[in-house]
Design a protein around this ligand. Structure first.
Ligand SMILES: [Cu+2]
Length: 149
């Protein structure tokens, strides 16, 4: 008899769970799991670091390339964006953003905060003045791409 009692109790719980589950699905509106930040007016913060790739070739030559990471960022047009760049590799990276009067320096162990608001679409290059590698090194220059759309 006791066994039957436990089973009835179980059935009650199962039925209750099904009912509550159904109610949940009937009353809850679908919530998108991803909301595009491009439609919000809230300020966007983008974090970037300075990094370094280095290797030694088979013939013993050392290769080094400094990087902004991420190397490409998307920025909505007319949106307030705070770009925070933290210096990890490399002592100093004096930089400018092509086509703007924005410039500064990223130093190792420090965060450089750059407020941005682009009103014109396009791809803007964030260029490090030190690691241009022009004429004396085959590794690519230290450039990030700011895509304003
Ligand atoms: Cu640099």
């Amino acid at each position: 008899m006791r066994f039957v009692f436990i089973r009835k109790k179980w059935i009650f719980f199962v039925v209750a769970a099904i009912l509550m589950g159904s109610l949940y699905f009937l009353t809850t509106e679908t919530v998108p799991t991803f909301q595009s930040t491009q439609t919000s007016n809230e300020e966007i913060t983008i974090n970037m670091v300075t990094g370094e790739f280095s290797t030694t070739t088979a013939d013993g030559k050392k290769l080094e390339a400094y990087r902004w990471d991420p190397g490409t960022i998307m920025i909505p047009k007319g949106q307030d964006v705070t770009l925070k760049i933290f210096g990890v590799n490399g002592e100093e990276h004096p930089f400018y953003i092509e086509g703007t009067d924005i410039k500064g320096t990223v130093k190792k162990g420090e965060e450089t905060v750059i407020p941005l608001n682009f009103t014109t679409e396009g791809t803007y290059r964030l260029i490090c003045d030190t690691h241009t590698h022009e004429g004396h090194n085959e590794v690519p220059p230290m450039i990030a791409y700011l895509v304003v759309d």
